[in-house]
Design a protein around this ligand. Structure first.
Ligand code: X5A
Ligand code: ZN
Length: 683
């Protein structure tokens, strides 16, 4: 499997700039790129990446998306004087040309294509291109919204041609609607386009009817366009994660792309004058981490917007660190999506249930009927929401910019997490260690007073059985190092998984670990004491149980009956929402007797949970399941992205179980909410 992260950048793309006064365009400045590159240097990220040189995109490549007439228009600006440049710019909405614009736009295309080549050839696993001018508003024959050529759309066509790809996912997390990409692929089922965007019931630029959630694509492309409108500003981390968990990820896993392209605009980040949203930089680490689980990790991130330099550059660093495999900082802020977000999620799921199997059992209809709402250009009739004036929106008060600067300076210090020199370790006897990848550290079981105390406190007789004692010491050695942050994650075998789990939980509480998430897969033959709110236990078992669920003790009955895993619907629809609501400091995954998930389900679970608790995960395996050892250790080390084969829909009874659990627990764990039908009183 390919490894490494490409970084494509060239300072030449800073030569494109605005030569006259224009309040709309004045935010798209060279400093955007320069500040990103500087911040990457500060964090020593440049030297960890594979540097890929840029090149110009060729005419043929540009013509994959654009008309030759339009190409000629752009070409001609190269020789123009200021007056003609202004005239040509005025032909388009929110666009400026500079004598170097054509050259830079070609470099932006070429940089994006070089990134695609690096990833598709296997030279690197993933990567990022820092480019200007941006691309996602640009259309076949029109520049638009600071965009000249549609870098990402061209990249998708290029990847289809050159590598014969049949399914490409484009994720557009820029705060504006990439209507250019939507138009280019609206009838194409081979490209799934997802965009969220500030919309405010069509009051926000570009104020298009077709940016609403009911634009699902046309003809054979129906179902392959996903729009999530933000009808309020101020959306934060939980809103973004909720949309990923309840809309994008289920559909994307079902689509099963061969390549993921991100139109990565950071104007959806905190402090941005255009977006007016609140997502903090680490949110982009989480979004990136989610997407790394698709397409065997083949992920190309391409810069679009982002106008608050500090916010932009910190978010870019978070994205790149995640691509490089660093643990994500914990998400800050309230752990619940807002009502307006729930409305949007509800509506998108309702219009897409016709096209996607993962939504077919959902009993939802859109909250309003848009089918007769006319398509028109320009502004819709007023809904009473006042659009921001250019003064309020295009140019944020310098006070406010500085406020966010100060906030971010402190915030980034607060969320910084030390990188232990060893990532993952195991403690087991030699015969099993032989099976493991050599990158793994092998720990010798320690024998400390604390270990002895926790074991004999639990049951004095335990110290008499040599075999049990050794396996407990192995486990505690690893757990102790994780808690002391000498290790990120680790794995231990156990001759009695339930007992080991109980002792691990006890040890965590002795060492004052605040919150532990324990996911026990298989039969638990012991009752765990989890009622103090410090431990959240989810038991996944194929057996039926009469157990009554409580907030901290949850039973999830799940049976896989095929080779292909369907468990990801339980992961995105239940386990991750609960985990993101709980925000654990440490995670214990136990593979017990009669576990029913198989190696794919467990790998995916392990890998996705690494977005939480700074990736601090202890995996415990019952020794009868030792055949799974290799497959379970791989996702822990992060060198490996699990792939779980083509999509298979979950069984109806499994989907019903998730739906019931969601209903039971969504008041307690609010990230489970995905419908606006939860009454206001209940919230
Ligand atoms: C790429 C991008 C925004 C254009 C805003 C015009 N464009 N009001 O963020
Ligand atoms: Zn934007």
């Amino acid at each position: 499997m390919a490894s490494g992260t490409a970084l494509v950048y060239d300072e030449e793309m800073t030569s494109h700039k605005l030569l006259w006064n224009d309040p709309v365009c004045q935010i798209e400045v060279p400093e955007r790129l320069l500040s990103c590159y500087e911040r990457l240097q500060d964090y020593n990220l440049i030297e960890r990446c594979t540097s890929v040189p840029v090149r110009e995109g060729t005419e043929d490549e540009i013509l994959l998306v654009h008309s030759s007439d339009f190409l000629d228009v752009v070409k001609n600006t190269e020789k123009m004087m200021e007056e003609d440049l202004q005239k040509t710019s005025a032909e388009y909405d929110a666009v400026y040309f500079h004598p170097t614009t054509y050259r830079c736009a070609k470099l932006a295309v070429g940089a994006t294509l070089e990134l695609v080549d690096a990833v598709m050839s296997g030279r690197t696993r993933n990567g990022m291109a820092l480019v200007r001018p941006p691309g996602h508003h640009s259309q076949r024959s029109a520049a638009n919204g600071f965009c000249i050529f549609n870098n990402v759309a061209i990249a998708a066509k290029y990847a289809q041609r050159k590598y014969g790809l049949q399914r490409i996912l484009i994720v557009d997390w820029d705060v504006h609607h990439g209507q250019g990409i939507q138009y280019i692929f609206s009838e194409d089922p081979s490209v799934l386009y997802f965009s969220w965007h500030r919309f405010e019931h069509q009051q926000f630029w570009p104020s298009l009817r077709e940016s609403d959630y009911d634009a699902v694509g046309q003809g054979t492309g129906r179902g392959f366009n996903i729009n999530v409108p933000w009808n309020k500003t101020g959306m934060g981390n939980s809103d973004y994660v909720a949309v990923f968990l309840h809309v994008l990820l289920p559909l994307a896993f079902e689509f099963d792309p061969e390549l993921v392209l991100v139109s990565a605009g950071y104007d959806s980040g905190i402090g941005d004058p255009e977006g007016q949203m609140c997502a903090t930089p680490e949110c982009f680490a989480h979004l990136t981490h989610f997407l790394m689980h698709l397409a065997k990790g083949k992920l190309c991130v391409v810069l679009e917007g982002g106008y608050h330099w500090r916010s932009l550059s910190e978010s870019v660093c978070m994205t790149l660190k995640t691509l490089l495999g660093d643990p994500s900082p914990c998400l800050s802020g309230e752990k619940a999506p807002c009502l307006s977000t729930l409305e949007s999620i509800h509506n998108v799921r309702a219009v897409h249930k016709l096209y996607w199997k993962c939504l077919m059992y959902e009993d939802i209809t859109p909250l309003q009927d848009l089918s007769t709402k006319p398509y028109q250009t320009g502004k819709a009739e007023s809904t009473g929401v006042q659009p921001l004036t250019p003064q309020e929106c295009g140019t944020m008060g310098s006070d406010e910019i500085i406020k966010t600067d100060k906030f971010l300076e402190l915030h980034m210090k607060n969320i910084a997490f030390p990188r232990p020199s060893t990532k993952t370790a195991v403690a087991l006897d030699e015969s099993n260690a032989l099976l493991l990848p050599p990158s793994l550290q092998i720990e010798k079981a320690a024998d400390t007073k604390e270990f002895r105390n926790v074991i004999s406190d639990f049951d004095a007789k335990l110290v008499e059985d040599e075999k049990v004692l050794t396996s407990l010491r192995n486990m505690l050695t690893i757990l102790d190092k994780i808690i002391r942050k000498e290790l990120i994650s680790g794995l231990a075998l156990s001759s009695a998984a339930s007992l080991s789990t109980a002792i691990a939980i006890k040890y965590c509480s002795n060492l004052k670990v605040q919150k532990v998430l324990c996911i026990f897969v298989g039969d638990m033959d012991m009752k765990m004491d989890v009622d103090d709110g410090k431990v959240l236990l989810i038991n996944v078992s194929s057996k039926h149980s009469e157990q009554l669920n409580t907030k901290y003790n949850i039973f999830l009955q799940w049976k896989e009956d095929t080779e292909t895993t369907t468990f990801f619907s339980a992961i995105t629809g239940f386990i991750l929402p609960v985990a993101y609501s709980f925000q654990p400091d440490l995670i214990i995954i136990v593979i017990g007797q009669n576990q029913s998930l198989g190696k794919n389900g467990i790998s995916l679970l392990t890998s996705l949970l690494q977005g939480l608790a700074h990736s601090q995960i202890l995996t415990l395996i019952q020794d009868t399941e030792v055949n799974l050892l290799q497959d379970i250790v791989k996702p822990l080390t992060g060198d490996f992205i699990p792939y779980f084969g083509p999509y298979a829909p979950a069984l109806k009874e499994n989907e019903e179980i998730i739906k019931n659990l969601r209903e039971q627990l969504q008041q307690e764990w609010k990230m489970l909410q995905c419908s606006a039908k939860v009454s206001v009183a209940e919230r």
